[in-house]
Design a protein around this ligand. Structure first.
Ligand SMILES: Cc1cc2nc3c(=O)[nH]c(=O)nc-3n(C[C@H](O)[C@H](O)[C@H](O)COP(=O)(O)OP(=O)(O)OC[C@H]3O[C@@H](n4cnc5c(N)ncnc54)[C@H](O)[C@@H]3O)c2cc1C
Length: 557
């Protein structure tokens, strides 16, 4: 039962939360909330987590998908943040090596640019040292010729050289899922599609839980908890509003858009971090992945609903112009964009600063009513953020209630789901034999490699589904195994949960989604026994998500 995370466990966990008061209720199932739930649960606090849509459906599936220290924040002299987040990179990697891959990032510098050879070398040295990067992985510098040899598509005119340093590529939504699953294994009660609609208070005016709505059944329940943490990302202030404590510092949301094209159209082999050619002090990433290249981002203030920030023709034009100017490639056009995504950064407002200059630092707010809120920060620093806030919450509970003794964080060497204690070295040894088992189970080599990377040691459960694959299935084996693993072990409830967040196919294999979407919906309709109305709603939701990634093409500016 503990391993499974499904619609059935969701029902069970919701009922348990309604019947038994929790030590801690976490609102929000992005990386911040998931990390807090795991940290608190492993310190012996009975924790429950609710997410109003799907896990990672907010900002945590819409990032640049890097576990990185934030090199550019060195420009803001944010040494402490860079050191803290930079150090976390290797920890995240060792605890989840299947979903985090080291990546050599190229940082080109040009004639007349803000950085030259010595400043780039010095900045990368500082970065390596602050982040305690192993000697063997520290930065190295390349001259112009060696840079072009390594990456022939860099713009040659004016190029002086590049610095090469280590970052990590991840799949943000899957990282959240691996944290969520580990938290569940440890005993956290979990439910997606459950929204906090109000906070409840005891007779002393202290927060004592939340009234929540099951977004699927429409039922409302009350969950009691000794403490409540608001980890609602871009909605943190909405929850503070409910608490009457949205005073002083508040959130400033900025939108970031990424585009995906086929790697044959933008055939870089390396990840690259470059200055935009617009004198706007901004930088962009270009990252090859799974036969595609993705790149971005924009950084503009967003004041509308954070749920589905748009991808506008202006955003697309800005990003395409930047890469067309900075790379020696056949110019990319709107029609080349296969997919796109847009997310909002929940930053903490600092008066008089441009979006790009606002610090990415995290902050904790503790209201008079006892509500804890946490905002800002980065995906990369989630474990440390969780540790900091749970230190406060656990001390608070230990001081107030006699039945709990304070325990320090347990997550430093805690493998996430799909990993084990053997870390990156153990994963390297696991990899090839696991791929071979996948091939023996009927997958082609490339598909097996993808699955082992995506699911780590949990891939064995997918192979179990392959072994049961019905010959008359409407799905291909690889989709069958992933969908059923998602339904039984990753609480897939809507088709979009599977197609977008569990398997990233809507981002990196858009044409495949168009081929299989009807079959996926039909399979899920059978599995859940949906009525016609529900099935139509699911079709509509998926269609909206498809259009969001394509609509800008119709309005060329
Ligand atoms: C364009 C962009 C690029 C980025 N790139 C990187 C990167 O490469 N590396 C990196 O480390 N960081 C990056 N970041 C930052 C990182 O993505 C965020 O800091 C992080 O994902 C925030 O996570 P969160 O859990 O706080 O918020 P979210 O992921 O938004 O989670 C909050 C959740 O709370 C839920 N919620 C809200 N209200 C309620 C309610 N009433 N009841 C129940 N649930 C509720 C929401 O549905 C949401 O899922 C990037 C951010 C952006 C926007």
């Amino acid at each position: 039962m503990k391993n499974k995370l499904s619609f059935a466990t969701r029902k069970h966990d919701l009922e348990t939360m309604a019947e038994h008061p929790l030590d801690l209720l976490v609102i929000g199932g992005g990386i911040t909330g998931a990390g807090i739930a795991l940290d608190a649960q492993t310190r012996g606090l009975q924790t429950g987590l609710i997410e109003m849509r799907d896990f990672a459906s907010g900002t945590s599936s819409r990032s640049t998908k890097l576990v990185h220290g934030g090199l550019r924040y060195l420009k803001q002299l944010a040494f402490h943040e860079v050191a803290e987040v930079g150090t976390e990179r290797a920890i995240v990697y060792e605890n989840a090596p299947h979903v985090t891959t080291p990546l050599k990032m190229m940082l080109p510098f040009y004639q007349g640019g803000t950085l030259g050879k010595f400043t780039t070398a010095a900045a990368l040295d500082v970065y390596d040292r602050l982040a305690h990067v192993k000697k063997s992985e520290r930065k190295f510098m390349l001259d112009k010729q060696a840079s072009l040899q390594r990456e022939p598509y860099l713009k040659a005119a004016g190029l002086k050289g590049t610095g090469v340093y280590v970052e990590y590529r991840t799949d943000d939504a899957r990282l959240v899922m691996e944290v969520v699953k580990r938290a569940h294994q440890e005993g956290t009660l979990l439910a997606n599609y459950v929204k906090a609609i109000d906070l409840i208070y005891n007779s002393k005016g202290q927060v004592a839980g939340a009234k929540v709505r099951d977004q699927i059944s429409g039922e409302e329940i009350t969950i009691y908890a000794k403490r409540v943490v608001n980890a609602a990302g871009p909605w943190v202030d909405t929850i503070r509003e409910m608490d009457g404590s949205n005073k002083g510092k508040h959130l400033h949301l900025t939108k970031g858009v990424h585009l995906v094209v086929d790697n044959s159209k933008f055939p870089v082999k390396n990840a690259i971090f470059f200055d935009t050619p617009f004198n706007d002090k901004r930088m962009m990433f270009v990252i090859p992945r799974e036969g595609k290249t993705y790149f971005g981002t924009t950084d503009t203030t967003w004041t509308k609903d954070p749920a589905e920030p748009t991808v506008t023709p202006k955003d697309v034009h800005y990003i395409l112009e930047a890469v067309n100017k900075m790379f020696d490639i056949e110019p990319l056009h709107f029609a080349d964009v296969e997919s796109a995504w847009s997310g909002v950064r929940p930053l903490i407002q600092e008066e008089g600063k441009d979006p790009s200059e606002i610090s990415r630092k995290d902050e904790i707010f503790h209201s008079e009513s006892g509500l804890y809120s946490i905002a800002g920060g980065k995906l990369t620093g989630y474990r440390k953020m969780a540790e900091k806030i749970v230190n406060q919450v656990a001390k608070d509970i230990a001081q107030t209630y006699g039945d709990y003794h304070y325990v320090e964080t347990q997550t430093l060497h805690l493998p996430l789901s799909g990993a084990d204690q053997s870390g990156s070295q153990g994963f390297k040894e696991f990899f090839e034999p696991a791929v071979e088992r996948g091939v023996a189970a009927g997958l082609d080599h490339e598909a097996a490699e993808k699955l082992v990377h995506r699911y780590g040691r949990n891939v064995e459960q997918l192979y179990n589904f392959l072994a049961e694959y019905p010959t008359d299935s409407r799905l291909e084996p690889v989709d069958y195994a992933q969908l059923y693993y998602g339904l039984e072990y990753e609480m897939v409830v809507h088709p979009i949960d599977y197609l977008l967040r569990r398997s990233s196919q809507l981002l990196f294999n858009f044409s495949h989604v168009m081929e299989v979407k009807d079959q996926i919906i039909a399979e899920m309709a059978d599995y859940f026994d949906w009525d016609e109305k529900t099935e139509n709603q699911m079709v509509h939701e998926l269609q909206q998500q498809i259009e969001l990634r394509q609509a800008f093409k119709e309005k060329v500016i």
